[in-house]
Design a protein around this ligand. Structure first.
Ligand SMILES: [Zn+2]
Ligand SMILES: [Zn+2]
Ligand SMILES: [Zn+2]
Length: 137
C-alpha cells in the first residue's frame, strides 16, 4: 500500500500538511463533496489555499469534478491509477434525490461515445438519478 505522501510525490505534488489533511478528508468521505463542505471542515484555513489545493488535485488526477445537475460542482477522489482520461477512466455517478448525495460508481465506466468528425470531447458526465441504498431502506 502506498502512503498518501508517496501518492502525492508520484504525481509530482509537493507534500504539505494542508494537502495531506484535505486528501484524508476526501478519503474518509464516502460521497462527493463540494468546496463549501471542504471550507466548513477546515474553517480556520485560508479559502484560497483550499481552493488551490483542490485545483492542484484536479489537475494531477487525484480528484475529479462531478457535475451532478444540482448546479454545484462536487469533487471525489480518483481511483488508484486514474488519469481522468475520457476513454478509460471516467465512470458513472449516482445522485440521490432524497439525501442529495452523489457517489462514484467506479465499476461502471462510461462507454466510449463517438462524436461526429470535427467535434472534440473534453469531458463527459453521466449521472444516474434516483434513491440511494440508505434512503431506499
Ligand atoms: Zn480521475
Ligand atoms: Zn440517499
Ligand atoms: Zn467519480
Amino acid at each position: 500500500m502506498q502512503t498518501i505522501e508517496q501518492l502525492l510525490e508520484s504525481k509530482n505534488i509537493r507534500v504539505t500538511a494542508m494537502r495531506l489533511l484535505i486528501y484524508k478528508f476526501l478519503a474518509e468521505k464516502q460521497v462527493a463533496v463540494t468546496l463549501s463542505d471542504i471550507e466548513n471542515a477546515f474553517d480556520k484555513a485560508d479559502r484560497t489555499t483550499l481552493y488551490r489545493t483542490v485545483k492542484t488535485f484536479e489537475e494531477k488526477a487525484i480528484v475529479h469534478q462531478i457535475d451532478d445537475g444540482t448546479g454545484i460542482t462536487k469533487y471525489a477522489l480518483c481511483e488508484e491509477g486514474c488519469n481522468c482520461e475520457i476513454e478509460t477512466d471516467l465512470h458513472l455517478h449516482f445522485h440521490c434525490n432524497i439525501c442529495n448525495e452523489t457517489v462514484c460508481l467506479t465499476e461502471h465506466k462510461i462507454p466510449q461515445i463517438k462524436v461526429p468528425d470535427g467535434f472534440v470531447s473534453e469531458n463527459v458526465n453521466l449521472v444516474v438519478k434516483g434513491i440511494c441504498d440508505k434512503c431506499s431502506r
